[in-house]
Design a protein around this ligand. Structure first.
Ligand code: IPD
Ligand code: CA
Length: 262
């Protein structure tokens, strides 16, 4: 695998955090029958994974900035570079013993994502991309799907939970999209949803009310695999506005029109 020194550092951090999470994931089943339940345990696993990643990345590049789901934002001495990290994307799956969750790490340079790693330890799938160098899963080059007909296409999304305000808009999206496509999936890890679009497994993905750490790495994967990514409204930056849509070359425009209600 030929990658930059930064990419290799990101992969090392993701694998190390992945090992710690796998160990904790095996414990989750036992905890489900304990009095306290697994909630506390999982948030500890999550925090420990972020600690491991931060130690590796900030140890290797102490001048970079940091944005992590668990520890928030810290400005770096170098204002042009920032790590964007979700140590455990798919926390609810993890908590329920469902083996579909990931570690997501992105490197931003001057406002653009330049390197990305998403690691799915349960399936031993390591997705990575660098700007201009393509997108990969383990040692296989990724390419978005070639489907051209909406009725054959599968789309992924995240549906809001726990009373989040994006529910009405998401229900309207679903009402417009579901009758004209082959299916909609909600698998519970936004980072993997994007990685699956890059891998041609899904034909597109959209989500409202999403955070930068959920999507930063996956956005580069999709672009480097030949797909398109944007905000749901024309000029919006998905990382700032928290709404993202992506798809393969042939379906991105019709899919985006449906989601925008045009
Ligand atoms: C969540 C997952 C989920 C998405 C949610 C995210 P978390 O992240 O990515 O797929 O629908 O919006 O918050 O909480 O598991 O890290
Ligand atoms: Ca997440």
């Amino acid at each position: 695998m030929q990658g930059s020194a930064n990419l290799n550092l990101m992969i090392k951090a993701a694998r190390k955090a992945g090992r710690s999470l796998v160990k904790d994931f095996r414990e989750v089943e036992n905890l489900q029958v304990s009095a306290k339940g697994p909630g506390d345990f999982v948030s500890k696993a999550d925090r420990e994974a972020e600690r491991i990643i931060k130690e590796e990345l900030m140890g290797g590049r102490p001048s970079y900035g940091w944005l992590g789901e668990e520890t928030g934002e810290t400005a770096g001495e170098d204002p042009t570079r920032r790590w964007i990290v979700d140590p455990l994307d798919g926390t609810t799956n993890f908590l329920h013993g469902l083996p579909h969750w990931s570690v997501s790490i992105a490197l931003e340079h001057k406002g653009q994502i330049v390197s990305a790693v998403i690691f799915d330890p349960a399936k031993d799938e390591l997705y990575w991309a660098e700007k201009g160098a393509g997108a990969w899963m383990n040692d296989k080059r990724l390419r978005v799907s070639g489907r051209r007909n909406m009725i054959e296409a599968i789309f992924a999304t995240g549906v809001p939970f726990g009373g989040r305000g994006t529910l009405p808009a998401t229900l309207q999206d679903l009402a417009r999209l579901m009758p004209v496509c082959a299916g909609v999936r909600r698998w519970g890890s936004a980072a993997l949803d994007l990685a699956y679009v890059a891998a041609g497994r899904y034909d597109g993905y959209w989500e409202r009310g999403i955070n930068a750490w959920d999507i930063a790495a996956g956005m580069l994967l999709v672009r480097e695999a030949g797909g398109f990514v944007s905000g749901i409204r024309e000029d919006d930056d998905p990382l700032e506005k928290g709404a993202v849509i992506c798809g393969n070359e042939g379906l991105f425009e019709p899919f985006r029109k449906i989601i925008r209600g045009e």
